[in-house]
Ligand binder design. Sequence first.
Ligand SMILES: [Zn+2]
Length: 394
Amino acid sequence: MARRKGCGCASALLAVVLAAAAVVGYKYALPWWRRQPPKPSGGELQVHVLDVGQGDSILIISPAGKTMLIDAGDFGKDKVVRDALARYNVSHLDYFVATHAHADHIGGAAEVLKSVKTDNVIDNGVAPPEYTDTQAKATKAKVAKGGNAKGGKGAQPKSPPAPKLPRGAQLPTVKAYTDYLDAVKQSGAQHTTAEPGAKIDLGGGAFLTVLAPVAPPFTEDQMRGGGNAPNANSVVLRLQYGDFSMLFAGDAESVSEDRIMRSGAELQSKVLKVAHHGSKYATTEEFLKRVKPEAAIISDGEYNRYGHPAADVLSRLKAADARVFRTDLQGEITITTKGNEFSLREIKPAREAASDVYAGREGTKDDSERAGFIAYGDFGPPPKPKPEKKSGGK
Ligand SMILES: [Zn+2]
């Protein structure tokens, strides 16, 4: 936005006009989407929940051909994402949304941004704590080196214990975020922070509304009940195209859902991209009552230590009458719709599930602030010695 220098009278006039608009009925000053949702053009809207293992990456292609990628999976999953972009003839992204700065969402982002021209990058504007800590430590080290070191008694208040890593290794979260920021800068894309209420017009009658993060950002201290702050600060979006609607919950936690519900935004959606890979710390009964999804898609890895998706969440979804689809059991999940009467038949998984989609996984590690975690990601098949366990997956 260009800032204009003008005479005082121009700004005074503008102020009067704005005030008048507000008084008279500011309704008429609103853009079309506030007055009434646009009519579907009749073209096809596609949503592809890609199979990136433990993580998220979702491609949206609007009826007008506009494209949005929400997250890009973990390190190394950029190949899956780039292959999908090629498969759907997407050589340009109008929008890349990074829901939050965890490696299972932005680990693949740098490579994707390097290979596909991207116009706009939207994120939550919050650096992960590990990154902030690293920056602070680096500054401290610099100061200590440059200044006259007064013995080792700097006695700074200790930040939470850092996870143990091999010597010299960089935390995946720090690496992912650093690489992401560099790639965004290099890409020349417009980089903005998601603001609740903002609309993103994808053309042809398809548009998105930003639902979260609702300010102020959650802090680690607020997450004692479970879940963690970077997740809770996820960008959450709602897509609408005629009768079709879909809520993309990122890795939101129940505290984020509470705030979203209190915001008064329209939440009801035909399809829900379930928060946080089906973690037990999200997707509450109350939230499901508001969203009323007919289908729920869970993006998760076959081998994850966090017990995603949780049995509790799956039973809440079942009780809410939402048909569950899972990338770990069914591969990529594709929705194609013309925005007419929505039907579950518009959702097509790449393959049939070989086991019950409503059966949850057991966690070996708590995915919350209380336990602390290093990074998400696929961990490979579990160790062999127990042939006892009958695994359903391939
Ligand atoms: Zn995640």
